[in-house]
Each structure stands twice: as C-alpha cells, then as structure tokens.
Design a protein around this ligand. Sequence first.
Ligand SMILES: [Ca+2]
Ligand SMILES: [Ca+2]
Ligand SMILES: [Ca+2]
Length: 305
Amino acid sequence: MKRRVKLLVLVSTVLCSGISCSSDRESGEEETKTAKKTVTKVLEYAPAFGQFVNELPLYEAGDTQESMRVKAEKALVKNEVITLGGFGGYVVFGFDHTIDNVPDKRDVRILGNAFANNAEPGVILVAYDKNKNGMPDEDEWFEIAGSEHHNLAVIENYRIVYYRPTKQAEETPGEVKEYMRWKDNQGNEGWKTKNQFHQQSYYPQWIKADSIAYSGTLLPNNAVEVGSSENSWQLKAFAWGYADNYPNTREGATIDIDWAVDKAGNKVHLPGIDFIKIYTGLNQEAGWLGETSTEVAGAIDLHLE
Ligand SMILES: [Ca+2]
Ligand SMILES: [Ca+2]
Ligand SMILES: [Ca+2]
C-alpha cells in the first residue's frame, strides 16, 4: 500500500517535469498519506541482563552497539519481539510522523508478548519533538503515569548495577545460582541466576564495560506463587498504562498521551508524540520463570489503525 502511493507521487512528479503544474502541493498531500502506523526507526537499544539477551535479537561475534541497534530496528519495524532484559533495560524508537494526541481518546498501542498471568510490565516514556531537531532531547521526555503511579510501593530514582559474570560462571553448565552479581541504591545486593533452559551469556556481549547501570521508576513485584505445579508462578497485570502488560489486542495494551506527567508528577499536555522509550519496570525473579523482562514488538498509531 505504502509503496503504491509513493509510486503515484513519483509518476506525478515525472509527468510534471518540464511543464507548468502545481504538483508540489499535491505531492505533499500524497506524502502525508504514506505515514506508517508502525515503528520506523530504533534510536537506542540497551537491554539489561536476561535469559533472552543476546538471543532476541541475536548477538553474533563482532556485533557492536550500533549493529545491535540495527537488529532491534529490523525487528520492531516488522513487529517482531525484542527483549529488554531485567530492570532498566530499554529501547527508544520513533515514527515517520507525529502521533496525534486526540482528546479523550487513546492514541498508541504498545506491542509486547504478554498473555494471561504473564505480564512483565515496562515503564513507558513519550517525547514530542518540540524543537523539531529529529531527536528526543532530555527535556522532551515525559513518563506515562500508569495505574501504579500513586502506589506507595513504587520506588522512584531506583538505580541498579549488574556485573559481568566470571568466565567460570559462564562456563558452568546447567543452573548457576550465583551467576551474576547485582547491587542497587536501596542497600540491596545479590545474585541473578542462570537457568538450565537458556545457556548463552545473559550479559549483553557487545558491551565492553564490566558493569552496566540502569535507573528509573521501580514498579512493585507482580509475581505470585499459586501452587507447586509447573504453572505455579503467575505474573499479574497492572490495571493500565504499561508495556508488555496485556495481550496486544486488548485495550490494556493502549495508552493515552494525556497520561504523561513531568518529573514532579504533574500532568502535561502534549499535542502528539514522535518518540517512545520503554524500560523494564521490575527487578524480580519468579522461580523457574526466571527474571521478569519486558519484551517489545513495536507500537501502532491508533489513529491510523
Ligand atoms: Ca489522547
Ligand atoms: Ca527534539
Ligand atoms: Ca514478556
């Protein structure tokens, strides 16, 4: 569909060349119709540790921050899943147009891989490119205040550091309980487990540094153990306003740009948004399920859907 409209623009330009006509304005109008409802670019991909890290997307020897960004972009453009790993891991993506903030209507559907009792909520930030420089500047970001915004168990300005596992820990087969050391700014520290199902490194392999730090809003744990069977762990969905929290087709996967708040927690009104940032909101391990990690598969402009 997009290609055909573009072709029409091209033909009209060719027909008009050398003769007097007012095709410029018409071309402009045609171009607007080509706006893609889905993600067109990934600006940053920086997952934390995780059992799907280095797999979704796949790390191959020689990959860099930039080549991994390109892989994440290729995935999101096709609405394929990428993992953000544990708390703080993030992705920043954008669109080829500004998604309108339509009054009293939800504006964007955030795609993940959540299903019933398997919610791995990610915090959502949105940016309107106010200065039109094609980039989300620091002062253009606003957090979507989801249902837990006033929950007293939420920790703002949470910070965590993950340390690269030792060679010995990486090479030990099967489950490794003391696999990766971590430390946060609340006085907690511990080990992340490597499970028997995923044996690749859980530390982003294209990162040269021996530790990675992430910060943001820490959401309350959502895992509950309901028995001792295989399906004993359930990851409960929050009411609204998070990524990878409800199945993609549900209203719970959509957000209203008017839910955005500034750093003081006050509502802001944005005319629309050009960029979205999502990061994993929980620092939680749920038994055999392992760590809770937000997955993202792109987003859809609901006004073009
Ligand atoms: Ca709206
Ligand atoms: Ca900007
Ligand atoms: Ca998920």
